[in-house]
Design a protein around this ligand. Structure first.
Ligand SMILES: Nc1nc2c(ncn2[C@@H]2O[C@H](COP(=O)(O)OP(=O)(O)OP(=O)(O)O)[C@@H](O)[C@H]2O)c(=O)[nH]1
Length: 391
């Protein structure tokens, strides 16, 4: 596929930058246009790969932002983007839409800019272009507390209703306990970038003269066409030019046999590993509406039989007949990778938890407001009592 990509807020920008880095490292060219929109000047200076002229600072004259971010306030994030919609629109004028299949907006949903300005940006893109607009969004970890959960619960609803498909990433599922938050983010962003780019960059070459099994961008778009929330699974094994695949396969895989494993069983094993891996958002695989499998690597490693039996296994596992599978040939690739898109998954426990956490946070805020109102009323009454004799 070919995409125009827009990172909104700090996390959205960092993730997009890592996608560009992965592309650069692996000779892919998924993101034909990359842009960052943020309310924090310092964060906009940080990317290594997003071109400086494609970084848009919004809200530097807004009272609630002043170039320093919006401090987790979704209302301010949305207001800033609405106020500066003309500037945002002008920035989109540079997008060569005839050169892309779709647009992708990435954002963290726990803060104020990504979650507030993100939906405003998506609305504008949907108005301006006929191409699908996809979302790539990070759900905050439980450890972050009530406010990010409240932001995310509200914003997730806007994102999911506005985009054509929302690929979710769950910080809770990916957090390693022995890392600082920043180290953790760096690693997570790399993992997410690898998954989304491996998946969507398949079919980026519009070659008519390609082998039969090669993934087409229209297959990817068809799988994403379900709407809703999606998750990605991924597994890879290093490739040795002489010996073929040298990665270890799960020994509990019923097909596993170190000596006899053919390329076909290896491919099937890789797809199983991808589906059983840590998904970008944990979900019940059988709740997926449609599934897409991309096998990416040196073409001599592809095995038509393997792809077909992986597809059949997935049809049973995901309990859907809508499983599309294809190859993504990458000459000189050092790994064979399987990326599996589970589209429109409905059983995602973390989304339910965030909603519960958000309701708790909302109740606490209301309780605090009620206490505050009571205190103010009491203060006024006390003042009135004191004032009475004077009047
Ligand atoms: N996976 C991942 N999540 C991040 C990263 N940085 C922040 N987050 C998450 O994204 C949420 C939003 O953080 P930011 O992106 O910094 O916030 P923002 O959208 O720029 O909004 P403001 O800071 O309020 O202006 C946080 O609550 C975290 O859950 C990152 O690098 N990787």
């Amino acid at each position: 596929m070919k995409l125009a990509t827009i990172g909104v807020g700090n996390a959205g920008t960092k993730i997009l930058d890592r996608m560009l880095e992965f592309e650069d490292k692996t000779n892919r060219s998924l993101c034909r246009h990359a842009m960052a929109i943020n309310t924090a000047r310092t964060d906009l200076a940080k990317p290594d790969f997003i071109p400086p002229e494609r970084r848009v600072l919004i809200g530097d004259t807004h009272q609630g932002a002043k170039g320093h971010g919006v401090g987790g306030d979704v209302e301010v994030g949305a207001d800033v983007a609405k106020t500066e919609i003309e500037e945002i629109r002008r920035a989109f004028d540079d997008v060569e839409i005839h050169d892309v299949d779709a647009l992708l907006v990435s954002a963290g949903l726990g803060g104020g800019t990504g979650s507030g300005a993100g939906p405003v940006v998506i609305d504008e893109l949907q108005k301006m272009y006929d191409e699908p607009v996809y979302g790539l969004g990070v759900l905050p970890g439980e450890y972050e507390g009530g406010r990010p959960a409240l932001n995310a619960a509200r914003s997730l609803q806007s994102f999911v209703t506005k985009v054509d498909n929302f690929v979710a990433f769950d910080n809770d599922a990916w957090r390693a306990r022995d890392q600082t938050i920043e180290e953790g983010y760096d690693e997570m962003n790399g993992e997410l970038a690898t998954r989304i780019v491996t998946l969507l960059a398949a079919g980026e070459k519009d070659d008519t003269d390609v082998a039969e099994n090669v993934m087409d961008s229209s297959d990817i778009m068809r799988t994403l066409d379900t709407g809703g929330i999606s998750s990605i699974g991924y597994a890879s094994s290093p490739v040795d030019a002489q010996k073929g695949l040298i990665g270890r396969f799960r020994e509990d895989d019923e097909e596993f046999n170190a000596d006899e494993a053919t390329d076909a069983t290896k491919i099937k094993g890789l797809v199983r590993r991808a589906v059983n891996s840590r998904l970008t958002i944990p979900c019940e695989v059988s709740s997926a509406d449609r599934v897409l499998v991309v096998i990416s690597g040196p073409p001599e490693m592809f095995a038509r039989k393997g792809l077909e039996s992986a597809r059949q296994w997935l049809e049973d596992t995901a309990d859907t007949v809508e499983v599309l599978a294809g190859d993504d040939p990458r000459e000189n690739a050092t790994e064979l990778a399987a990326a599996v898109l589970l589209s429109n998954v409905t059983e995602t426990p973390r989304v339910d938890e965030i909603q519960d956490q958000a309701v708790d946070a909302q109740n606490k805020i209301q309780e605090l407001d009620a206490v505050r109102e009571q205190e103010i009323e009491e203060l006024i009454t006390d003042d009135d009592d004191e004032l009475d004799p004077v009047v």
